[in-house]
Write a protein that binds this ligand. Structure first.
Ligand code: FAD
Length: 490
């Protein structure tokens, strides 16, 4: 059988592309190399703990009243999730700051005003602009004209980076750095991040809030997979695509278990760099194809199962951030070394008492790195280096937040860039797809998509147009298959 569409990878982008194609009655096959769907969004068990690998926050989902775009799309496919909107509950430290951000956006703004007088009014103005920018960006996706009179700020700020945009709005310098803290661990300097992209993210955060899943990651990805199958889509697990050849009027894909599959159009939930290096080597110049894209940082994640309740341990916040500095440009420089002080931690039990068995706690520590910090790893030093990084990260958390955890560790698992490469085929273990940086931002990617598009191949997921995170990976699968379906109709 020759499929209309074959999707390589059942990550969020691949599943969303599959859902939309199956919904539109296209003969679709997904090949996934692992035995479970979801890619980076997964769940694994160690002893009595079930650890989620991602979705510590679901963005742009909202609740019944403030319905986010992601929820709207999932509703369209009749996928219902058990979720909860949560207020800010963050502890943040830098060498000069130690603060707790709790409550709603206004509480955050009041705290910023207390620390940097004069920041409240310009930030309120910024909030208004985010709404306009979000609406304009959505129009762009439906190929509609963006009326200048209605969306003047979209045009005004189109070429601004986040830092100069906030400066133009007269937000005090220190408040800019603190307001942009979400981007620090992603390694995105605010002076290289598009203002439009920044404003769109902040719109989702401010107006649709942060949502958590009340069930495990795997429950979510199985729901997506089951619905895809109900709609007639086919999926094969343990099917690692290892080569692609072009035949007369279809593509032939071979998997590592010696199966062959045929399709007219291929959709990749992996990076161009991986595809043209591993599946179609030598066919295209990668730099040219990537259009000056750069990889996001890689990282280490330490998953801890602790044998005490969060309150007994003194873990009161959902998220903990430690930053070497709040200056995002300098922070990116520190991230090129293995020993730096920027890391984050999540305690799901603080927002979801059912996250782990009674009187236990899950704690997740994450640190990200740029460049080739991990290139010194080899078979002889891998296990030792991994253990050392985990130990340092745990000690760093304990010292920074003055909370003892070491003696309560019942389970520990450590994921390094090697783990991520092995599990998802991400190049270099990159955690967040291609960076949205400088000229290469989602708006420009959308605008230049018709030139960049390849006739029989579509790239979805975090390496696609919108960038990382579950909402963006999902949109890319949906939006790009919508374009394909429209094109075939014409
Ligand atoms: C530690 C961590 C925490 C995160 N936290 C959040 C969060 O709180 N909120 C949020 O929104 N986002 C979060 N993210 C980001 C989010 O998880 C990702 O952006 C998103 O899941 C990426 O989806 P994707 O479609 O790009 O595919 P991926 O998850 O990369 O999946 C690609 C799939 O393709 C498969 N594949 C690869 N090569 C082949 C092949 N040759 N043959 C067959 N199959 C193949 C892989 O096995 C995989 O299943 C986090 C990411 C990480 C790493």
């Amino acid at each position: 059988m020759i499929y209309d569409y074959l999707i390589v990878g059942a990550g969020i982008g691949g599943l969303s592309a599959g859902l939309n194609l199956a919904f539109n009655k296209k003969k679709t096959l997904i090949l996934e190399k692992n035995s479970l769907p979801g890619g980076l969004v997964s769940t694994f068990k160690r002893g009595r703990f079930e650890f989620d690998t991602s979705i510590y926050t679901l963005y742009d989902y909202g609740d019944d009243v403030h319905v986010g775009n992601l929820q709207e799309l999932l509703n369209k496919f009749k996928i219902d999730l058990d979720t909860k909107v949560i207020p800010f509950n963050i502890r943040l430290t830098t060498p000069n700051n130690n603060l707790v951000i709790r409550g709603e956006i206004n509480d955050f703004l009041l705290e910023l005003e207390r620390l940097n007088e004069g920041s409240m009014l310009p930030l309120k103005e910024f909030m208004k602009i985010t709404k306009e920018i979000h609406e304009a960006k959505n129009l762009l996706l439906t190929n509609s004209k963006i009326n200048y009179d209605k969306y003047p700020n979209f045009y005004k700020y189109l070429d601004y980076d986040a830092k100069s945009g906030l400066r133009a709005l007269k937000v005090p310098e220190d408040a800019i750095n603190l307001f942009g803290f979400y981007w620090l661990e992603l390694g995105s300097p605010l002076n290289k991040l598009s203002f439009i992209d920044f404003a769109d993210f902040m719109y989702k955060l401010i107006f649709k809030k942060e949502t958590i899943l009340l069930n495990k990651n795997l429950d979510f990805t199985l729901k997506l997979t089951n619905r895809y199958q109900e709609l007639g889509g086919r999926i094969y697990f343990n099917s690692h695509v290892i080569s692609i050849t072009k035949e007369k009027n279809y593509y032939l894909l071979k998997t590592s278990d010696n199966q062959e599959h045929k399709a007219k159009h291929l959709i990749f939930d992996v990076s161009k760099r991986y595809v043209y290096t591993n599946l179609l080597p030598g066919t295209k110049e990668i730099n040219e194809l990537e259009n000056a894209r750069s990889l996001s940082p890689n990282g280490v994640v330490v998953y801890l199962g602790l044998n005490r309740s969060a309150s007994e341990l003194g873990l009161k916040n959902y998220k903990y951030y430690s930053f070497s500095t709040l200056n995002s440009e300098n922070n990116t420089k520190y991230m090129t070394s293995l020993n730096h002080d920027t890391f984050s931690a999540y305690v799901p039990n603080v927002v979801n008492p059912n996250a782990s068995p009674k009187n236990t706690t899950i704690l997740i520590l994450k640190q990200t790195y740029f460049d080739e910090v991990f290139n010194t790893l080899n078979l002889n030093n891998y296990a030792k280096t991994k253990e050392e990084i985990a130990k340092n990260l745990i000690a760093n958390f304990e010292n920074t937040f003055k909370i003892d955890i070491s003696e309560y560790i019942e389970e520990i698992e450590v994921a390094t860039p090697v783990t991520f490469v092995r599990y998802t085929n991400s190049v270099n273990g990159s955690l967040y797809g291609y960076m949205a940086k400088g000229y290469d931002n989602p708006i420009n990617r959308i605008l230049s998509y018709p030139d960049e598009e390849q006739s029989d191949f579509t790239f979805v997921g975090a390496y696609s147009l919108f960038g990382s995170h579950v909402d963006n990976a999902f949109y890319s699968g949906y939006y790009l298959t919508e374009q394909l379906l429209k094109k075939k109709e014409n």
